[in-house]
Design a binder for this molecule. Structure first.
Ligand code: SF4
Length: 397
């Protein structure tokens, strides 16, 4: 008998204390009174998939949001217990919970560790109070550091810190200070993203009206290169375009996405990818809870996405799966490995994408090619979308 296929699980917790000024995630302030019903709805949804995914071994679990650290401990514990009861869960696996520094204390973290959460992802975003204020975060820089140190004292040995850069008015020195602060803390993992001005958010409106300056793209590129340089000196592997990790501390859950492997997302707006389909649940937590009571009648039916909770389904045909695997694979430092590609798709990469098409990208200095495969150069990482669009099925040479 071969090894069971792996499957990662994502739980979306859409509740927040208040809405940050840049945020267009599926998250809501003032709805945390829904939490008990929402957790019941998650359990219903898990029940729905239980039979259909028993052949898979669960690879990772991730609580994202929103602010999962707003969940009471019995809710996190109940979700994990239901996972163990319903799914094929190995005794040891990466279980991550995203936490907002303004929402956690020692007692919460101690219990979290006891129930099996072994990786913490802290949404710090900045170590400057004025930048945090600009972003509308609920915590201060001191609170962020305290949250990190408390997590360490509690015994968390795998911590990610999220930071944002290219903020309005942020200088390269400000960013250097942020990097210096995070390097002092020495987390195992770092996710660094340039601020995206999402239409309709208060921050985007402030930039559009001229009350805040537009972040400069060249400065953003310099900040990225500075982070790459500083973190390399500290022993971090730049293993994905926006992610750095100490050796063997890469985020296994996110690697599922970048390797285009299957995952199931539970909760409002959560996405899943399994069996040649990708689907998304209804966005509204209220609608999600309402529809969850109808899942019982559907539990024995297939395919997986035949659920009243699902709002949107997309068939991923082989051409699209190939393109997505290449594009996602290029996000990783290791790039796209030729042997792995052939093993997965039964054809060679260069029979799908002509050498000439690849060579053009090499000549532009965007990718490098060797006997093992192709990967992005630093320039290619800065101009990722330019490269990725060339691998879409409609743009094949
Ligand atoms: S904590 Fe995260 S999800 Fe919640 S509003 Fe802020 S950025 Fe959005």
């Amino acid at each position: 008998m071969g090894k069971p296929r792996k499957l990662s699980l994502y739980f979306h917790i859409p509740f927040c204390l208040s809405k940050c000024y840049y945020c267009d995630f599926n998250s809501y302030a003032g709805l945390s009174w829904l939490i008990p019903q929402y957790v019941e709805a998650l359990k219903e949804e898990m029940q729905l998939y239980a039979k259909g995914i028993w052949q898979f071994e669960i690879a990772t679990i991730y609580f994202g949001g929103g602010t999962p650290s707003l969940l009471p401990m019995n809710a996190v514990s109940c979700i994990l217990k239901t996972c163990r009861e319903l799914f094929n869960m190995p005794p040891a696996l990466e279980v991550t919970l995203e936490a907002n520094p303004g929402t956690i204390d020692q007692s919460f973290l101690t219990q979290l560790k006891q129930i099996g959460v072994n990786r913490l992802s802290l949404g710090v975003q900045s170590f400057s109070d004025s930048e945090l204020k600009l972003l509308g975060r609920v915590h201060s820089a001191v609170e962020a550091k305290e949250a990190y140190l408390t997590a360490r004292e509690t015994g968390f040995e795998n911590i990610n810190i999220d930071l944002l850069y290219a903020l309005p008015r942020q200088t390269i020195n400000d960013w250097q200070n942020n990097l210096a602060e995070v390097i002092k803390l020495n987390p195992e993992h770092l996710s660094l993203y340039p601020l995206t001005l999402e239409p309709g958010t208060p921050l985007a409106n402030a930039v559009a009206s001229g009350s805040l300056p537009k972040p400069n793209a060249d400065l953003a590129a310099d900040m990225y290169l500075l982070a790459k340089h500083e973190l390399a000196k500290e022993g971090y592997n730049h293993y994905e375009i926006s992610n750095w990790a100490l050796p063997r501390k890469e985020c296994q859950h996110n690697l599922t996405y970048w390797k285009n492997e299957p995952y199931l997302g539970f909760g409002a707006g959560a996405h899943s990818y399994l069996g040649g389909y990708r689907w998304a649940n209804v966005l509204s937590p209220i609608e999600y809870i309402k529809h969850s009571s109808n899942t019982k009648t559907k539990a024995s039916q297939q395919p997986y996405f035949n659920s009243p909770l699902v709002d949107n389904i997309e068939h991923i045909d082989r051409d699209l799966e190939i393109a997505e695997s290449v594009i996602l694979g290029l996000r990783l430092e290791e790039g796209v490995n030729l042997a792995n590609f052939t093993r997965r798709f039964g054809v060679e990469l260069y029979s799908i994408y002509h050498q000439q098409q690849i060579n053009e990208l090499v000549e532009l200095g965007l990718i490098v090619k060797n006997e093992h495969g192709i990967r992005l150069t630093t320039k290619g990482k800065l101009l990722g979308n330019e490269v990725f669009s060339r691998f879409l099925p409609k743009n094949r040479g």
